[in-house]
Design a protein around this ligand. Structure first.
Ligand code: NAD
Ligand code: ZN
Length: 394
């Protein structure tokens, strides 16, 4: 008997619109209706809408606006029921019951693979609703309306969904490109200062690994950004989103089959710090600290000029980020910083060889396969001393 191997092969092109607009539910704004009707323009499209509780609080008139919008565009849209509000923030990703509730709703409402789930919220809600949609009928179309800086410039335009499980962040999840993304700057009006700031970390991140020019632009506009000046914020979000999109489309590995994840610069620290702090630290805040630790390690490894590390710290501090958190000091039973476990978890999540992005210069990332625990320990001591000196100076 001879062995025979058939090679099954096909490719599926992906394409989705990423729209920038304002007043998405103004009846005169046709962006959403156009996007929904971009496939099968002749039929009415069924919509199941899910809203982040933070957004629902900030915009109490939103359910009515959505209903009015659907009534105005009734030839193309059908709202299945009043929007479902789910808790915003990391708690939504911590609770399988919320995802199950959404899946049950979709079953009850007869949401099928040609219906649309419209998710309106921050990155956590988009991740959880995306996961629920991706797992019903093996994938229901998802339209994301990101409502935080972070989700508009980073997570909302990407291809991942997920929830936390068994003590691990994003342990359950899928790679599922959205049907479309609509970024409406008006949603940012009710965002807390803390969240407006946190999302800027992801823009600093793409600048550091990909675009030195954007880094200089951020330095030049730091005052406007610190004050959340809308024109500066809009430019920052759009440019970071563009770089992100280019990476997904042109980076050669949109579904992360390899071990490298350049866009996760600073994220091995970030994910660990988020869980060490019981999610008291926001994702973006943790990314800011993670980037500084990896920039410090880049200097220690002889990759990066010390002056560049100072420039990074100065920019993040000028934006209002704190570069220290007491959870960084937590130790395990052997007296080792628990943070270091983040490296193991990061490698496990990706699989294969550990691959971490370091910096060669402002705007140029480089992959390495080892991080020296001594360098991390020195980074922590340095950041703590820096924080102490800042406190003393104030
Ligand atoms: N899928 C991905 O590729 C990816 C990438 C990066 C981050 N993430 C995930 O995104 C999450 C963080 O997202 P985030 O930074 O957007 O924060 P978030 O979703 O945790 O939201 C922060 C808070 O803002 C509230 N909120 C949201 N929009 C609001 C608005 N317009 N007005 C008032 N309040 C509002 C929420 O209710 C919540 O309390 C993390 O879980 C992170 O892991 C996912
Ligand atoms: Zn991130």
């Amino acid at each position: 008997m001879s062995n025979q191997i058939y090679r099954q092969r096909f490719s599926v092109p992906f394409e989705y619109a990423v729209c920038f607009t304002r007043g998405v539910f103004d009846p005169n704004n046709s962006t959403l209706a156009d996007v929904l009707a971009s496939r099968e323009p002749e039929r009415r499209h069924r919509m199941f809408v899910v809203v982040d509780s933070g957004v629902a609080r900030g915009f109490p008139e939103l359910p009515r606006a959505i209903a009015t919008y659907c009534a105005r565009h009734a030839d193309r849209l059908e709202l299945l029921e009043t929007p479902t509000v789910i808790p915003g923030g990391e708690q939504v990703k911590q609770s399988p019951a919320i995802v199950e509730g959404l899946q049950e709703d979709m079953r009850r409402l007869g949401v099928d693979r040609q219906s649309y789930v419209v998710a309106i919220g921050g990155g956590a809600v988009l991740d959880a609703v995306g996961y629920a949609a991706a797992t019903c009928h093996r994938g229901v179309r998802l339209i994301r309306l990101p409502t935080t800086v972070l989700s508009q410039n980073d997570s909302g335009i990407g291809v991942k969904t997920g929830i936390n499980a068994f003590g691990a962040k994003n342990f359950l999840g899928t790679f599922t490109p959205p049907f479309a993304v609509i970024n409406d700057a008006d949603f940012l009006a009710t965002l807390e200062a803390r969240d407006l700031r946190a999302g800027m970390a992801e823009a600093v991140k793409v600048a550091l690994i990909r675009d030195g020019e954007l880094f200089r632009w951020l330095q030049e506009h730091v005052e406007g950004l610190r004050a959340f000046e809308p024109v500066a914020m809009a430019h920052m979000i759009r440019r970071a989103a563009e770089i992100h999109m280019q990476h997904i489309a042109g980076g050669g590995d949109p579904f992360e089959f390899g071990s490298a994840r350049p866009l996760d610069f600073g994220h091995w620290v970030a994910h660990k710090l988020e869980s060490l702090s019981s999610h008291q630290v926001r994702h973006g805040e943790a990314v800011a600290i993670g980037m500084v630790i990896d920039s410090f390690c880049s200097v220690e490894q002889g990759l990066l000029e010390p002056g560049a590390l100072e420039a990074i710290c100065d920019l993040l501090e000028a934006l209002g980020f704190s570069l220290w958190h007491p959870a960084l000091e937590q130790r395990d039973a052997q007296g080792e910083p628990e943070l270091l476990d983040g490296l193991r978890e990061f490698r496990e999540h990706l699989g294969g060889e550990l691959t971490v992005t370091m910096l060669r210069e402002l705007g140029v990332g480089v992959e390495v396969h080892a991080v020296d625990a001594k360098h991390v320990a020195r980074a922590l001591a340095w950041l703590k001393a820096r924080e102490g000196a800042r406190d003393a100076a104030q």
